[in-house]
Design a protein around this ligand. Structure first.
Ligand code: ATP
Length: 204
């Protein structure tokens, strides 16, 4: 089975592209959802995180508060590394379990949607990386329209990630999402057909 790591930056259009894959019957595993599930119910992770960051990361109901945890590590390299050391190995384990299940059902290609794939070093766990790219000014505009954030807040979020240009340079495949949705869909159709041709020629 071939695993595509799908990534991009805030507001570049990754979810839009992931939706296209789903619509065409390609399974998409969602790394963010896996993390949310682990923070919600994986007792080993929950206790390790309380050990690392203290009870201040908990809601009143005793559950981990993703926003408190996010605020605790935002802009703090050391804290972010400690969080990743706890969470990432379990995310990879969960993904491998999900991949094994898909493989058993005869699926040949699947997508792993990982917003911070390069930042987390997860390119090692996929066969190829597809990056959804837009120019920076359009990235800012689309986030401003989508989220209730100020220009400065958007800038801070973008600065906390690798730049899309850097990600594009490391991509195996680039999806340029700077046009309209129809243009992106046409591109995806073409890239998908190219992938199928590549796979069938490597079979022979
Ligand atoms: P995040 O990682 O921040 O959740 P994302 O990379 O998943 O973002 P999307 O949510 O898919 O990005 O897209 C960001 C915004 O831009 C959304 O409001 C979406 O509807 C819009 N958008 C995406 N692609 C296009 C496009 N080609 N033309 C116009 N708007 C678009």
């Amino acid at each position: 089975m071939l695993t595509i790591g799908l990534t991009g930056g805030i507001g570049s259009g990754k979810s839009t592209v992931a939706q296209w894959f789903r619509k065409h019957g390609v399974p998409v595993l969602d790394a963010d959802k896996t993390v949310h599930r682990l923070l919600e119910s994986d007792l080993s992770i929950i206790s390790k995180l309380i050990g690392e960051f203290g009870p201040a990361i908990l809601e009143e109901n005793g559950k981990i508060s993703r926003s408190k945890l996010g605020a605790r590590v935002f802009g703090n390299e050391d804290a972010r590394r400690r969080l990743e050391r706890v969470v990432h190995p379990r995310v990879v384990e969960c993904m491998n379990d999900e991949l094994a299940t898909l493989r058993d059902t005869g699926i040949e290609i699947c997508v792993w949607d990982v917003p911070l794939l390069f930042e987390a070093g997860f390119e090692l766990f996929v066969d190829e990386v597809w990056v959804v790219w837009v120019p920076r000014n359009l990235q800012i505009d689309r986030v401003l329209v989508r989220d209730k954030l100020s220009q400065a807040e958007v800038g801070a979020r973008i600065a906390a990630q690798w730049s899309l240009d850097e990600k594009r340079n490391r991509a195996d495949v680039v999806i340029d999402n700077s046009g309209n949705l129809r243009e992106t869909e046409c591109q995806l159709k073409e890239l998908w057909n190219k992938l199928l041709r590549r796979l069938s020629s490597s079979d022979t």
